[in-house]
Ligand binder design. Structure first.
Ligand SMILES: [Zn+2]
Length: 364
């Protein structure tokens, strides 16, 4: 019985899983939150993140002369294989063009307190070529990989994101005290995230509505009769339910969200999960008590098509196509038992007196 219960649990029940952040993950997040900046790369605003260094005071310095032999070897190898050299150069140029790699003037290199060498080479896999950088390269017992924090896990649960946002709001000092959030904390932090969605997806509208001005005539929010709410600094749906007194204020005027923002996707995911993966209409109805996701039904369907649990629940059993009957079963016009088959079953436990024994059965 216990095994059957276990089978149900592991096989079909949507079990809850709580992501636990390791100390290293938390540290890495702090560094990212504190020191990520926006930079202009050829007119495109990009995020520049710091290296996730362990704060152990290690300085990276490499003697240029010491890497000459390695560079010579690489050069020789590339000379002997011009087609690899071409790929190598092309990939390096792509990195330069994208702004990930930059040639620095010699003075800057001399003045710099730190320098390091990352060996790289071209590898081929399934006909595709890739430039690989070896960050485990060791010099005088140091290597980048050993002195960098691993990438923090990206958030795939809304709850984790809320917690991490709260932590970054409070600053690193109180990280350990905020493992339990009060309802008030959650509401405030959620507000920050939803505002982020609105500012990312409808920046113009947000500014205008906040200033009490009307939206431009080509705005995609025009049809929603947007109202700006002072108290929580969010855009809400105006709608026609103002006189529906029994309804809660947040249901009458749900928060407007863009369906493609990743935080909106986490909202949908968390509702789907909490409701144990019901049909899209049910998820939509529940979400609409608080949010108005633009083209929400479509967004929920899109999520559920990807959601593993939803797919498990909705999967249809497949009846395998039966193969042709074997010749032995097709002995037409022959006497009975001309050909027979045998099968057996068991064991079953039978009681004999006060002991029990195993018994097998076979049939022809
Ligand atoms: Zn689902």
């Amino acid at each position: 019985m216990r095994d059957v219960q276990r089978l149900w649990q592991v096989d079909t029940l949507p079990y809850t899983r709580q992501a636990v952040r390791s100390k290293q993950d938390q540290k890495a997040l702090e560094v990212l939150v504190e020191r990520t900046i926006r930079v202009d790369v050829d007119g495109v605003l990009r995020y520049a993140t710091p290296l996730l260094r362990l704060e152990d005071g290690t300085q990276f310095n490499i003697d240029q002369r010491s890497i000459h032999p390695t560079l010579k070897r690489t050069e020789k190898h590339l000379q002997s294989k011009p087609e690899v050299a071409e790929i190598h150069n092309k990939q390096i140029n792509q990195l330069v063009e994208a702004g990930f790699v930059k040639k620095i003037p010699e003075e800057e290199a001399k003045e710099s307190k730190e320098s390091w060498y990352i060996p790289h080479h071209v590898v081929e896999h399934n006909g595709k070529h890739r430039l690989v950088f070896n960050c485990s390269y060791e010099y005088e017992g140091k290597s980048l990989n050993r002195h960098l924090l691993p990438d923090p896990k990206s958030f795939d649960q809304l709850g984790d994101l809320i917690k991490a946002t709260k932590q970054s709001q409070d600053g690193a000092a109180s990280v350990s005290q905020t493992s339990h959030l009060t309802a008030d904390d959650v509401e405030k932090t959620e507000g920050i995230l939803y505002r982020q969605i609105q500012k990312d997806c409808f920046p113009e509208e947000f500014k205008l509505a906040k200033a009490g001005k009307s939206l431009p005539s080509n705005s995609r929010l025009l049809q929603f009769d947007v109202v700006y709410e002072d108290r929580c600094d969010l855009l809400r749906l105006g709608g026609r339910l103002r006189k529906a007194n029994p309804l809660e204020q947040q249901t009458k005027h749900p928060i407007i969200l863009d369906p493609n923002h990743y935080i909106t996707r986490l909202v949908i995911k968390s509702y789907d999960h909490q409701l144990h993966h019901p049909g899209p209409e049910r998820v939509l109805a529940e979400i609409r008590r608080r949010f108005w996701i633009i083209r929400g039904r479509e967004a929920i369907r899109r999520h559920q098509r990807e959601c593993v649990e939803c797919r498990k629940w909705r999967a249809k059993p497949v009846v395998p196509k039966m193969s042709d009957l074997p010749v032995s079963r097709l002995q037409l016009f022959k006497p009975a038992f001309y050909s027979t088959g045998v099968d057996c079953f068991g064991p079953m436990t039978v009681s004999i007196g006060r002991r029990s024994e195993k018994r097998w059965g076979s049939y022809f």
